[in-house]
Write a new protein. Structure first.
Length: 169
């Protein structure tokens, strides 16, 4: 009788231990998360176990990823609408990827790819990890560049008069 109870008890204990090691991160999928290009991004990220020394965590939404423990310091979502050109957000280029930087929630930054459709967005807690370390990560760069770039960032100094007139129309 004791042997019959021991096996299920060991299974339940093992499941409880695994559940306690890493909880699933709840995220909402983006509107275009089922885009085949997001599937390519997620396949590329499959082997990325850490980013900027933050360990990978499971998520419960399509085309999302998370890193960091006990709380996620890096969240990735693929399938956002391609951002329109803006002069209100800083645009940085790192490792060939252009990112719009929204610092509204500082110390957390929202970084959204510019010139790629669908867009990929990172939400980075800069109190825990450097955003530069995240966007220069080989794993992130490799995944994001699987979506072809169709536009790139420009600085106001680089916009010629003809392009400026077209933007104003």
């Amino acid at each position: 009788m004791l042997r019959r109870l021991a096996a299920p008890a060991v299974v339940l204990l093992g499941a409880a231990m695994l559940a306690g090691c890493s909880s699933t991160v709840h995220l909402e999928p983006a509107a275009d998360s089922n885009n085949p290009l997001c599937a390519e991004v997620m396949v590329s990220l499959k082997t990325v176990n850490s980013v900027a020394e933050q360990e990978r965590r499971w998520t419960d939404a399509q085309a999302t990823a998370a890193w960091g423990s006990p709380t996620s310091s890096i969240l990735l979502t693929c399938g956002l609408d391609k951002p329109a050109p803006t002069s209100e957000l800083q645009c940085v280029t790192m490792e060939g990827v252009d990112w719009l930087v929204d610092a509204t929630d500082t110390p957390k930054l929202r970084l959204t790819t510019y010139g790629r459709e669908p867009a990929v967005q990172l939400y980075v807690d800069t109190g825990v990890v450097s955003s530069n370390d995240v966007i220069s990560s080989r794993g992130i760069v490799g995944a994001v560049t699987s979506i072809p770039a169709t536009n790139e960032c420009t600085t106001p100094d680089e916009i010629d008069e003809e392009a400026a007139e077209q933007l104003l129309d």
